[in-house]
Write a protein that binds this ligand. Structure first.
Ligand code: PLP
Length: 405
């Protein structure tokens, strides 16, 4: 039905075919339910959140305020202000890769960058491999682009990660791309340099596009930073690198992300974005510029935040390890713990039943694994104060014990 239907039309809204398969974001739904319970006076511990619980560092906030005062209140180039794109190019340069500002498109959050890339690359008849579990929006974005999302279940014995042979086994002549995400939401797993290199090599051999979402790259607990596809890709010809400031600099509300892509694709994404949102908010671009250029202050704030996440990660893992039999993915990055609470049978949806019971009777909000196409699991975020995180984990463990008796 056209939204422009005349006044005599009294038909209720009917969704167009474009969104026929769209599901509400389960992560946002859980947060909304937790907030509603809180508003009703229940002391809910919200471990559903997907954002750092830290304030944006002061030097970044100040940079945005100064930019507003200096007149950064107008449209910018669709693809973003040049100094920000140059700063992004320099970051790539630190990884030994030469790209140009023309290959960078700044968007309203990396979510938009991902959508731009999926929409411009994939279409009807295309298949896109999605290592599973994956962030809930990948499946939806690929579907909105009218391509087919092909979940590739990861190896439960290896952090639910995938290997080249798993991708190959799930591929067909229609496979056009693969979505990678390391550190991974929802598991916290990190692909080693070699593992990532092998996946990129495989994609290269088959001529698949790779969209590498590295939004959590700064939040990793190994001795080395998490590897980037930019460092190990055999070629940049079919690589889209996605990153942003949301997670590393506690800037989720500023909505700045970007894509680095081959020039033809970056031009297409810019044209596409010019008809949707135009440029990302000008003050936010200046805030992101400060985050990327004031290296000393930025590194210091990232270091402190990661140290605190590490402390919580260790505390959570200690609680879980004390409970033999409760299976988790060893969290090596991001700020999530992924725990198995039931069977993989989608009909039973054990993760959803568990999450509902945990929320209603133990007042802890977590996200059911079905949001990530792994119905036997739940995702717990430790982006909350350590006491709440430890108490929430204890309640989760105690419910698991109760339910698995
Ligand atoms: N990619 C992953 C894997 C995420 O978990 C999220 C947010 O939760 C995003 C992208 C989106 O981040 P942004 O705030 O930059 O849109």
């Amino acid at each position: 039905m056209s939204l422009l239907a005349g006044p005599r039309s009294n038909r209720a809204f009917a969704p167009s075919g474009n969104i026929a398969q769209l599901r509400e974001s389960a992560t946002i739904a859980v947060s909304a339910r937790a907030k509603a319970l809180r508003a009703a006076g229940r002391p809910v511990i919200d471990l559903g959140a997907g954002e750092p619980d830290f304030d944006t560092p002061e030097f970044i906030r100040r940079a945005a305020q100064s930019a507003i005062d200096a007149g950064a209140t107008r449209y910018t180039a669709t693809e973003g202000i040049l100094p920000l794109r140059e700063a992004i190019v320099r970051r790539a340069g630190h990884m030994g890769v030469e790209v140009t500002p023309g290959q960078v498109v700044v968007s309203t959050g990396s979510k938009q960058s991902l959508f731009n890339a999926c929409f411009c690359l994939f279409g009807e008849g295309d298949e896109v491999l999605i290592p599973t579990p994956s962030w809930t929006s990948y499946y939806e974005m690929v579907t909105l682009a009218r391509a087919t999302a092909v979940p590739v279940p990861g190896d439960a014995g290896a952090g639910l990660k995938v290997t080249p042979s798993m991708l190959e086994a799930a591929s067909t002549g229609r496979t056009r791309g693969v979505m990678l995400n390391s550190p991974c939401n929802p598991t916290g797993a990190v692909y080693s340099r070699d593992e990532l290199a092998a996946l990129l090599e495989c994609a290269h051999e088959h001529g698949w596009w790779v969209i590498s979402d590295e939004i959590y790259r700064a939040i990793a607990y190994g001795t080395e930073p998490a590897a980037s596809a930019l460092e190990v890709a055999p070629s940049l010809d079919r690589l889209v690198l996605i990153d942003g400031v949301a997670k590393a600099y506690a800037m989720t509300g500023w909505r700045i992300g970007w894509a680095i892509a081959p020039r033809e694709l970056s031009a297409a994404m810019t044209a596409f974005q010019s008809h949707t949102t135009s440029n990302a908010a000008a003050p936010s671009q200046h805030a992101a510029l400060a985050a990327l250029t004031n290296r000393e202050a930025a590194d210091d704030s990232v270091r402190k935040m990661v140290a605190e996440f590490r402390r919580r990660r260790d505390a959570v893992v200690e609680v879980v390890r004390a409970e033999p039999g409760l299976e988790i993915v060893e969290p090596e990055g991001a700020f999530y713990l992924f725990a198995r609470v039931g069977s993989d049978d989608p009909e039973r949806d054990d993760g959803a039943r568990f999450a509902q019971r945990l929320l209603e009777s133990h007042e802890v909000a977590v996200v059911p694994g079905s949001a990530f196409l792994t119905p036997g699991w739940v995702r717990m975020s430790y982006a909350a104060p350590i006491d709440a995180v430890v108490e929430g984990t204890r309640r989760l463990v105690s419910l698991w014990r109760e339910m698995s008796r």
